[in-house]
Ligand binder design. Structure first.
Ligand code: DC
Length: 242
């Protein structure tokens, strides 16, 4: 087969994906954004979709256990992701910027509840696949490497103890102007881990071919350096580094 004929008959290979999974507060979001900017890739913060669905449910008076209604809502989620002038994410849900509102602990907990429902996960799958565009995608979540992008070029599973993650979340919340209690955060993180790990569908767990990084004693720069070492091993990603 000539190269030109092959190009005409073979479907183009999909854009490369880096999957970054891990529990709440493990630093996935920060690493995903830094990496995407170094690679010039798009970013999918999949947790934000579950958070947005939980908020939309609240707006429409839909119970967080009403799987059939949540499935419909997930299929029609009116949301746009943009970047603000300062580079911050702008997330418009039904015409309103909710980027800050969805980051609250309350929405995190509500997201974890709706995320345990199989019909909700199925309804959000296609939407997540749509983020896979050239030149590539860095996707962060719980099941990026196991379910949503099992063919990802690199899979990182980032973890840390519940105490270390609660402390990071505590500092983040205070910086964003939310009030917080550290012991309550440790309890919440444990409860969320429990729910995310033990749900029957797409549970939080490393893919068999994931690189597991424990960031309990590592700063974000050290984690980033380790991730970059992995990127250097993969030619299709290495050549994209800026
Ligand atoms: O990453 P996050 O804290 O924003 O995610 C909020 C919740 O959404 C999390 O507790 C579990 C759920 N989630 C999920 O089930 N699958 C994903 N890919 C991302 C998030």
């Amino acid at each position: 087969m000539s190269a030109e004929f092959e190009r005409m008959v073979m479907p183009p290979s999909p854009a490369p994906v880096v999957a970054i999974d891990g529990p709440s507060g493990s630093g996935k979001g920060t690493i995903a954004h830094r990496l995407a900017s170094l690679l010039g890739f798009h970013v999918l913060d999949s947790g934000s979709l579950y958070r947005l669905l939980a908020l939309a449910a609240q707006h429409h008076g839909v119970g967080l256990d009403n799987e059939a209604a949540l499935q419909v809502l997930a299929g029609h989620l009116d949301v746009q992701f943009r970047q603000g002038p300062d580079g911050d994410a702008v997330i418009i849900l039904e015409g309103e910027d909710v980027a800050t509102e969805i980051r609250s602990e309350e929405m995190g907990k509500a997201a974890s509840l709706v995320a345990a429902l199989p019909a909700v996960r199925a309804a959000l799958l296609q939407r997540q696949h749509e983020f896979r565009e050239e030149p590539g995608l860095v996707a962060d979540g719980r099941d990026m490497g196991t379910v949503v992008f099992p063919d990802a070029s690199l899979k990182i599973f980032l973890t840390a103890t519940a105490e270390a993650r609660a402390e990071r979340r505590y500092r983040q919340l205070l910086e964003k102007g939310f009030s917080a209690s550290l012991p309550a955060l440790v309890d919440d993180i444990r409860a969320r881990d429990e729910r995310d790990i033990n749900r029957p569908i797409a549970p939080l767990k490393p893919a068999d071919d994931a690189i597991v990084l424990d960031s309990t004693r590592l700063g974000i720069d050290e984690v980033m350096a380790r991730v970059l070492r992995e990127i250097e091993q993969i030619p299709e990603l290495k050549r994209r580094l800026k």
